[in-house]
Design a protein around this ligand. Structure first.
Ligand code: FAD
Length: 500
């Protein structure tokens, strides 16, 4: 066995070494590619490719494809490595460090049909900065912008703008993709449409996104950022749903659950102002479960006189606890890059690089009350180990030709348990405790037949994957055999195994 591994190693090493590429491979310093944000899975690759050009990626994959099913090499694109369970890792395979891909240089096209062409390894924060130079910005975001285009388009890319524009995968015009056979293919809705739709939400299974054309809109200067509280879940979700359907509404609609927190509003005061400071100071959050509606309204500095009136009018239809209205005014960049501020704080306290046993679910509207009753009324009553986001999106804004898997109903909720674990703790903040809670939540969703789907899904058997995809499974398998028949790509998703 050892002899076979050594032989494979030396033949893989010498064959990759001889490839004629613009970038380079590393074979020793590969530990970074075995880490991700989840901090729970570490699979060492055989090599890391630092491509300079698309042809480096195509040459490498074509070479591995031509080695046939007997080579054990697989390939994973690594965007920013913010996966949670090793999805961008390749055990004894080749990890492609997408950040080193040079080009295409970011190019903004402004006009009636504005877009930006970017590399698949580009970070969304850089796209924001570049497009703002032209007064433009992408329409649909994630809450955190230090993620790559290839990484979020392989999932969906959801945030508080998705109710209006759909996820990021609904806001892409064109892609350049390197398939599992090493072919470089341009695709869009009208050109190689099947590959285009396969790759969007395709968990990296069908090709490596090397370039994307992202739709842009005029960017605002400023944002009114608002938080209000509810103690009643039905009123909270009623208001969220009202807002996502209203003709005149906010530009960003999210929400989160607050479990048993003291001094909550005091924390808000550092960056938000209470509308009524006296009432707000008398409000006590202790020992209860509360629901926070988080809203944003964009505006330009030449409209400052009317924006307050507009916001108050929109708020007047809502039934939040009046003393809990908190407002803030920040620049558009500050608003979009808000999670990075928390990231910097967590890094400085040494608690960013801890295990992150996150659980992200898409729950149909008709079942969200059953879900909340059990999960917030019984499973999570004492504490949460990080933010719990909850907000509705509309199915009509998703393209059912993509590979993304969503529930059947017209409205479904993203519910994200963004937990951090304290390493080596055996208490309620430890990894085992949180994983156990996640299991209980999943078990409940299964037995209660909520018709939910996992977002950023993680399964370990093909049967579970098949159940996740449901009626889409057959198409997913057909697409795999068309674009990556040897199952070379994204092995860390554990959907298909390369036949060796
Ligand atoms: P990686 O972890 O590097 O890769 C993810 C998967 O995509 C892997 O399978 C990888 O092989 C594949 N891949 C990467 N690049 C390419 C490419 N160019 N072509 C093909 N496949 C590729 N998601 C949301 O939707 N909304 C949010 O608000 C949100 N907030 C987040 C906040 C934080 C702090 C974190 C850590 C994650 C968040 N996510 C959110 C999840 C995030 O979108 C995914 O984890 C995403 O995959 C991370 O992007 P990445 O560039 O780090 O990808």
């Amino acid at each position: 066995m050892t002899i076979r591994i050594n032989l494979c190693f030396s033949s893989n090493y010498s064959s990759l070494k001889t490839l004629s590429i613009d970038g380079h491979f590393t074979f020793d310093d590969v530990h970074h590619a075995a880490k991700d944000f989840g901090n729970r899975f570490q699979l060492l690759p055989f090599a890391v490719l630092h491509p300079r050009s698309v042809s480096d990626i195509a040459t490498t994959i074509k070479h591995i494809w031509q080695m046939g099913p007997h080579s054990q090499l697989t390939v994973a694109a690594r965007g920013h490595g913010h996966s949670l369970q090793g999805q961008a890792q390749a055990h004894r395979g080749v990890v492609i460090n997408m950040g080193s891909l040079q080009g295409p240089k970011m190019h903004v096209h402004s006009g009636n049909y504005s877009y930006v062409d970017v590399s698949g390894g580009e970070l969304w924060i850089n796209i924001l900065h570049e497009s703002l130079k032209y007064g433009l910005a992408p329409k649909s975001w994630t809450d955190y912008l230090h993620l790559t285009v290839g990484g979020t388009l392989s999932n969906a890319g959801i945030s508080g703008q998705a109710f209006r524009y759909g996820p990021q995968i609904s806001n892409v015009y064109q892609l350049e993709v390197v398939t599992g056979k090493g072919e470089v293919v341009n695709c869009s809705e009208n050109q190689n449409g099947d590959l285009f739709h396969s790759v969007l939400g395709g968990l990296g299974q069908f090709g490596i996104i090397t370039r994307a054309r992202i739709s842009l809109e005029p960017a605002p200067d400023m944002v009114k950022w608002i938080k209000v509280l509810y103690s009643d879940f039905t009123t909270f979700t009623r208001d969220q749903e009202l807002l996502i359907y209203a003709e005149s509404t906010f530009d960003y609609i999210e929400g989160f659950v607050i479990i048993n927190r003291t001094g909550l509003l005091n924390n808000w005061r550092s960056s938000f102002n209470p509308q009524d400071p006296v009432q707000a100071s008398q409000f006590e959050s202790d020992g209860r479960t509360l629901f926070c509606l988080e809203l944003a309204k964009y505006f330009n500095t030449d409209k400052t006189d009317t924006i307050n009136e507009e916001v108050m009018k929109l708020l007047s239809q809502l039934r939040y606890i009046p003393s809990t209205l908190f407002l803030s005014e920040v620049s558009y960049i500050e608003f979009l890059d808000r999670v990075h501020v928390s990231e910097i704080k967590l890094w400085s306290k040494g608690v960013w690089e801890v295990p992150h046993p996150w659980l992200n679910l898409l729950v149909p509207k008709s079942k969200i009350h059953n879900f909340a009753e059990e999960v917030f009324g019984s499973i999570l009553t004492d504490t949460s180990n990080g933010p719990i986001l909850i907000y509705p999106v509309k199915k009509s804004k998703w393209d059912n030709r993509t590979s993304a898997v969503i529930p059947e109903e017209d409205i479904f909720y993203l519910v994200a348990f963004l937990s951090s674990a304290v390493p080596s703790s055996t208490g309620t903040d430890g990894l085992e405790h949180i994983l156990n809670q996640n299991r209980r939540i999943l078990e409940f969703c299964g037995t209660a037949r909520l018709g939910f789907k996992q977002y950023l899904p993680h399964y370990t058997t093909q049967e579970e994957w098949q159940a996740h995809f449901g009626p889409q499974w057959e198409v997913f398998v057909q697409r795999k055999s068309a674009y990556d028949p040897l199952a070379i790509l994204a092995p860390g998703q554990r959907i298909f195994q390369k036949a060796i």
